[in-house]
Design a protein around this ligand. Structure first.
Ligand SMILES: [Zn+2]
Length: 310
């Protein structure tokens, strides 16, 4: 019975998904449109949704690209120089692009760090002084809604004549996100409370854990720039054995070798753990597929987690 209900919930969300306009990969500089350059796949999709027919969006990072580690190419810089507006995440997610964003501001290109509107009180701590906050806010839908509003406000500032459309597009999308937030809460009820522990390749899921009631352990730190040591693997393996965690997860934007090493370390301790599947962490799936959209990505992740841990 529960299973039927869950499938039903997912179905409703996927139908809702189909109602969101599917903005294709717009070429730059289509006549009369606002030229938007967005960094991550999440922000590329969001810019298309909020901007609708008034924008032509160029996304810098594709599926599977790790934003912590991405260095801008010469052609990215050209695109940014020619943009009417640059939408980036901020909170040091695009750690190797900060200087380029500064340069763009100096050249008077409108450049917005859209996740930095979230108040410090709602942000989780980062790893060190340089990275003061954990940037992975998209894994709490309520925080992502703030980012939707932030993108809307950026577009309105640059292109006030289309204020009403940007506002309406954002409002429609927020309704879908509110449904998504409820669906996720329902779906995770399938996982027994003591199994609500999420072990992944890097620390991308703390907001998810906080919002939806999971304990979260990443093998690497908040940025994938930190190296994994043998002792990290042994420590986490011991934790998995003690807590009898059934499954651990690889991530689409991080090579799987560390999680495989962790699995082997657990098995050598005589406990059977499986790789429960691949989660989309810092990048969406392929464009044109369900996981190429934020809502589809999130439902897919939660379904993968539920199937492995229930
Ligand atoms: Zn990350």
């Amino acid at each position: 019975m529960k299973k039927i209900k869950m499938i039903f919930i997912s179905f409703v969300s996927i139908v809702a998904l189909a109602l969101v306009g599917c903005g294709g990969p717009a070429s730059q500089g289509e006549e009369g449109k606002l030229r938007v350059v967005a960094t991550t796949t999440h922000l590329t999709e969001l810019s298309e949704i909020v901007g609708g027919e008034h924008v032509s969006v160029y996304g810098i990072m594709g599926p599977g690209v790790d934003p912590h580690d991405y260095s801008p190419t010469a052609s990215d810089v050209d695109r940014m120089e020619g943009a009417d507006v640059i939408i980036y995440h901020g909170l040091d997610l695009e750690g190797k692009m900060n200087r380029v964003f500064e340069n763009m501001r100096r050249r008077n290109v409108k450049t917005y760090a859209v996740a930095e509107v979230i108040s410090d009180a709602d942000l989780l701590e980062g790893e060190d002084e340089e990275e003061a906050f954990d940037p992975h806010v998209w894994f709490d839908v309520t925080l992502w809604i703030e980012v939707v509003h932030s993108v809307r406000d950026a577009f309105i500032e640059v292109n006030p004549e289309n204020r009403d459309d940007f506002t309406q597009n954002a409002e429609n999308y927020v309704l879908l996100l509110e449904n998504l937030h409820e669906d996720i809460q329902e779906m995770i009820q399938m996982v027994p409370e003591e199994q609500r522990v999420l072990v992944t390749a890097h620390d991308a899921f703390h907001y998810f854990g906080q919002a939806y009631g999971f304990e979260v352990k990443g093998l690497q730190g908040i940025s994938t720039a930190t190296e994994v040591g043998v002792s990290d693997i042994q420590e986490l393996a011991q934790f998995i054995v003690e807590r009898e965690i059934k499954a651990i997860f690889v991530e689409s934007s991080v090579p799987p070798r560390n999680i495989e090493a962790l699995k082997n370390a657990v098995i050598s301790r005589g406990f059977d753990v499986v790789i429960g599947g691949e989660l989309y962490s810092d990048a969406l799936g392929d464009k044109g597929t369900v996981t190429g959209r934020y809502i589809g990505m999130f439902l897919n992740n939660v379904q993968t987690i539920v199937n492995a841990l229930k």
